[in-house]
Design a protein around this ligand. Structure first.
Ligand code: CP3
Length: 350
């Protein structure tokens, strides 16, 4: 049975991802698990730090299901982080409270790359993610599909070479000019690990996979084509069994290339208009996005207006979402207004 065939996909979200015309757009929010719900904060306070939380499968499953129960979204995304992959490869990180991730050691030399583990051996260390997926899948009991995810190789390289977030990403970008072969060897190791990691996620129950290329927009188009797209392609090609979403934030310039990837869905940030994306992707992909997360700070009327305008602009073959992850201090009422507006707007009225 072809898993991408609409008849074998009973859920609205998966039918939409497969390109079927659906009665309305499915809706979920990037970073919906964690951050916004009081129930999440209560659960989080039981752990000394973020990593201890992520590594406790029962708790991760609970955080994954909370937004399904509380917000009525059409998909769950497994509670984890993109940085578990560099950690599994041997590069430890800390999640600094209110600041974000920090890698005490960074990747600079050929020797640093040689000491990293990769492929099946590295992916084996992510057992706690697979366990969380299995528990979640069991507890969701078919209510909504479960999204697995990983960081895209370029974004993971950026964290491994910068040691954290950065205003300029100049260490990561510099490497692409000064030591392109080194960059390619690191990207390949990340890719090999990510493929095994995502295969294991599918075996544990992930119904769709999303690749987060959060720092895509930092690269010049030629570098995105040379150092990002070929690795996204390897990953998409290695996972034919489930639909895939590529979210390359800021990479409006790469949409034509992304349209050639064997993925079904392209995620859009709020800098890209649906019209532009439809032309650039030649109508070949389902589009996901792309309301500005800041719209959710406005009153209900404004959120309804903005959300309806977004639905109209996409017109169909669309999965409603924000243009990036929901911000931690977003009012819950704003999130609810967004979800409810999408759920009550049938295509013909939208
Ligand atoms: O969508 C979901 O809610 C699922 C879980 C998820 C997390 N991180 C949990 C998390 C997902 C999909 C991610 C992806 C992620 N992580 C990305 C790609 C998406 C994006 O935002 O561009 C990136 C770049 C990261 C790296 C990361 N993790 C940063 C920069 C930070 C610190 C600041 C922040 O964003 O909150 C994290 C921490 C993190 N990851 C938290 C959560 C719930 C907050 C930690 C806490 O509760 O203390």
């Amino acid at each position: 049975m072809n898993p991408l065939h609409p008849k074998s996909l009973p859920h609205l979200f998966l039918r939409a991802a497969a390109g079927e015309a659906t009665e309305r757009a499915p809706v979920w929010l990037m970073r919906q698990a964690g951050r916004i719900l009081p129930q999440y904060r209560a659960l989080r306070s039981r752990f000394p730090d973020f990593k201890a939380f992520v590594k406790t499968p029962e708790a991760a499953a609970e955080a994954t299901i909370q937004p399904v129960d509380e917000l009525g979204v059409d998909a769950a995304i497994i509670f984890s982080d993109i940085l578990v992959v560099p950690e599994a490869m041997g590069l430890d990180y800390e999640m600094v409270e209110a600041k974000g991730p920090r890698f005490p050691k960074i990747i600079e030399t050929r020797h640093d790359i040689a000491t990293l583990s990769s492929g099946a051996a590295a992916a084996e260390r992510l057992d706690y993610v697979y366990e969380a997926l299995k528990i979640t899948k069991r507890e969701l009991n078919g209510r909504v599909p479960l999204i697995g995810f990983a960081g895209a190789p370029w974004t993971i390289l950026a964290y491994m070479t910068e040691g954290g977030g950065s205003k300029t990403f100049s260490k990561a970008r510099r490497m692409l000019y000064t030591e392109p072969e080194l960059a390619h060897s690191l990207l390949q190791k990340i890719t090999d690990t990510t493929i095994y990691y995502l295969k294991n996620q599918v075996a544990a129950g992930a119904d769709l996979l999303q690749l987060f290329d959060s720092w895509a927009g930092e690269l010049p188009p030629a570098h995105y084509r040379a150092f990002a797209v070929p690795y996204l392609r390897q990953i998409c090609e290695a996972l034919p069994e489930v639909p895939k979403t590529v979210f390359a934030k800021g990479a409006w310039f790469a949409l034509e290339d992304l349209a050639d990837l064997p993925c079904q869905v392209i995620g859009l940030d709020w800098n890209t208009t649906p019209e532009f994306a439809q032309i650039a992707t030649r109508g070949s992909k389902v589009l996901q996005g792309n309301l500005d997360p800041c719209a959710l700070y406005a009153g209900t009327k404004t959120i309804e207006k903005e959300t309806i305008a977004m639905l109209r602009a996409f017109g169909g073959r669309h999965i409603a979402n924000l243009g990036h992850g929901v911000y931690p201090d977003t009012p819950l009422d704003g999130v609810r207004a967004f979800v409810e507006t999408v759920k009550s707007a049938a295509w013909r009225t939208a």
